[in-house]
Design a protein around this ligand. Structure first.
Ligand code: ZN
Length: 96
């Protein structure tokens, strides 16, 4: 089995892709003041259309904290945010 790459280039992602991936969280982070906010792909898709790609949405971002447009998208995995839910290791059927 080949390892699937964990990271997807965000510029290749459309909002529609995020709607299909509840395990991925879209975060906008301002590199000027460090303010970060999690965005709702559903609301974005409703406002912009779900075929809009992140590379086009990014220049339209505006930081709510400092008003800067120097904000960038970041994709996080929901798994990393919820570290409390660890899956138990798969059990090997033990034959005797
Ligand atoms: Zn800011």
């Amino acid at each position: 089995m080949a390892d699937t790459p964990k990271r997807i280039p965000f510029y290749a992602i459309r909002l529609a892709d995020l709607l299909d991936r509840p395990d991925m969280a879209l975060v906008a982070e301002c590199w000027r003041c460090g303010h970060a906010a999690r965005l709702d792909p559903v609301a974005l898709a409703a406002a912009r259309g779900e075929n809009e790609s992140l590379r086009w949405l990014e220049p339209k971002l505006r930081c709510k904290a400092c008003g800067s447009r120097a904000a960038l998208f970041r994709i996080e995995y929901a798994d990393e945010a919820e570290q409390g839910t660890k899956k138990p290791p798969a059990r090997q059927p033990g034959g005797s």
